[in-house]
Design a protein around this ligand. Structure first.
Ligand SMILES: [Zn+2]
Length: 351
């Protein structure tokens, strides 16, 4: 090497280095060139070793040329590395580019359905009373929906609760009272008629109904049944009034009007003053200023007898609250249909 150590050779080496650097396509190439030229046994180190054998008079100029070469190699590699890093960063930024001016594509946060909200609120209000939550089938046997509830075939009440019949003879349940029938039967057959029986059940019910502002072919009910010795109609009215006042506030008015249901005697229809028209009369309340929010009554003797309970010692009450009506009153929806239309303007109001 020493014999080659002249200014001319150093110049030639510098050009070789420049050529290699120019050919580098990526960061890895730069690493390889660096290893060749600047490592412990790299070209630059070897050249400096050869300096010892250069004649004394040439040493200063050769050493200066070597130093120039070393600096050129170092700065050249450094610049090339920096330019590769720069373009890698630019590429990354291009790939990760986020245009904040574009409209958002997320569908927004969901909210709870008005009927679910009312169901959850009633469940919460009832918690201290110790009701057992149960569910029954929507496609029901006629026995549980009608026959066992004092509604034999050809009874006029079947017209009032006309529904949809399946080819199997099953019906879409017209009320959650069918769950009451199933629970009374189960308590009688499998649990030695143990009392009290306190059940809560909510879900969908169906009627063959001409739809209007306050009637739908499908609606939701919240059923409560309490069977025990010594219960009276005062217990029934007290519990319904409690639920309504807890739902809407103490100033909400509740009244009970006489009703007829084959499975209760006496039967009462709880009504609340209409919030939508402030009792002035509107389609939602049929112009009456009051909205019927369910059906209730003391369980009929025949129903208790059907399931083996003695109506002379045991009494009970049952009521089904129309949770879709309660929801339309709670969220000021004049048309019951709005509860089921999935209109986002309605749904986003609910927390
Ligand atoms: Zn009204």
């Amino acid at each position: 090497m020493s014999s080659d150590l002249s200014a001319a050779n150093i110049q030639a080496l510098t050009e070789r280095f420049e050529q290699q650097l120019k050919m580098a396509q990526q960061q890895q190439d730069v690493e390889l060139i660096k290893r060749d030229w600047l490592s412990k046994d790299g070209i630059v180190k070897e050249l400096f070793k050869g300096l010892r054998e250069v004649p004394a008079e040439d040493k200063p100029s050769v050493a200066a040329a070597l130093n120039d070469l070393k600096q050129r190699v170092e700065s050249g590699l450094e610049a090339k590395e920096a330019s590769f890093k720069q373009s890698a960063l630019r590429k990354q930024l291009e790939e990760e580019y986020l245009d904040l001016s574009l409209p958002e594509s997320t569908p927004g946060l969901g909210s709870i359905h008005p009927v679910t909200y009312v169901e959850e609120r009633i469940t919460e209000i009832l918690r201290p009373f110790g009701f057992q939550s149960v569910h029954g089938p929507e496609l029901e046997e006629e026995y549980y929906c009608f026959d066992s509830l004092n509604i034999p075939k050809y009874h006029p009440a079947r017209d009032m609760q006309d529904t949809f019949y399946a080819e199997t003879g099953h019906v879409l349940r017209t009320h959650t009272t069918s769950v009451q029938a199933r629970m009374l039967q189960a308590r009688s057959l499998f649990e030695g008629k143990k009392l009290p029986l306190k059940i809560a059940s909510f879900g969908k019910t169906y009627r063959n109904e001409t739809e209007d502002a306050s009637h739908q072919a499908m609606f939701h009910q919240y059923e409560l049944v309490w069977v025990e010795e010594g219960l009276t109609v005062a217990n029934l009215m007290g519990l319904i009034t409690h639920i309504i006042k807890e739902l809407y506030g103490k100033r909400r008015k509740v009244q009970f009007v006489p009703k007829f249901y084959p499975y209760t005697e006496p039967s009462l229809g709880p009504k609340i003053d209409c919030t939508i028209c402030r009792s002035a009369g509107c389609p939602s309340c049929g112009g009456a200023g009051w909205v019927t929010v369910g059906g209730s009554g003391m369980i009929h003797r025949n129903v208790l007898k059907e399931f083996g309970f003695d109506p002379d010692t045991v009494s009970g009450f049952a009521f089904g609250l129309g949770t879709s009506r309660l929801a339309s009153q709670m969220f000021n929806m004049p048309h019951l249909r709005a509860v089921y239309e999935n209109d986002l303007r309605v749904l986003k109001e609910i927390v």
